[in-house]
Design a protein around this ligand. Sequence first.
Ligand code: NAP
Length: 213
Amino acid sequence: METRRIGILGSGDVGQALGRGFARHGWDVKLGTRRPDELRTSMDEGDGVSVGTFAEATTHGDVVVLAVRGDAAEAVVEMVGAANFAEKLVLDATNPLDFSSGDVHLSFGGTDSLGERIQAKLPDASVVKCFNTVSNIQMIDPEFEAGTPPMFICGNDDEAKARTEEILVELGWPGAMDVGDITAARYLEALVPLWVRVGSNLRTWKHAFTAVQ
Ligand SMILES: NC(=O)c1ccc[n+]([C@@H]2O[C@H](COP(=O)([O-])OP(=O)(O)OC[C@H]3O[C@@H](n4cnc5c(N)ncnc54)[C@H](OP(=O)(O)O)[C@@H]3O)[C@@H](O)[C@H]2O)c1
């Protein structure tokens, strides 16, 4: 059964922006972190977001957002355990980024992606790549001077993608641009180093990519 309960795995900029944003839209949100006690003291109770472990956030509702560091994403999913994700919609916002050289590049890609790895670890969940190509400041109630584009998404399950689009519309997006099965995560993740370069050139972090014809 569909609920209005969502667990967000991640307490960084993305986790907090999505947590507060979903709560503002009337969702019952639990944010997952390795350090719930510490985070509880810094989150404002007025934000309407409760805090728990990664496992508690995962089991909180039937929708889960994965919003942890790319290089920790697989370990977090393994730690929580695939059974806790069964039958859930998992919105994967992560990117396998490596900043170690001072520039940003993908840790892996081409014929592989974090989206595919997460789906492979969660065979009984429906993973939809979503939110990974936009800034956390635009994820909820986005505002673009040139008009808000549809959110790029991909995944193997059409029903899960339809539900994702419903959620996106509720959050202020005009809809989703479905670019195919989860292998398309290779290309959505590969957009991100380009997004960083374009942002540096334009001196903004509010931009997004879209297709025009
Ligand atoms: N920042 C953006 O605007 C943006 C936009 C689109 C996509 N993304 C993607 O969204 C994800 C989250 O990004 P972010 O900017 O919010 O912050 P981040 O620093 O990439 O991630 C913070 C989260 O990762 C967890 N984490 C870090 N190292 C860990 C480890 N070794 N084991 C377990 N958990 C670990 C932290 O756990 P604790 O809570 O325990 O500290 C925290 O919840 C990333 O994959 C990023 O590429 C970011």
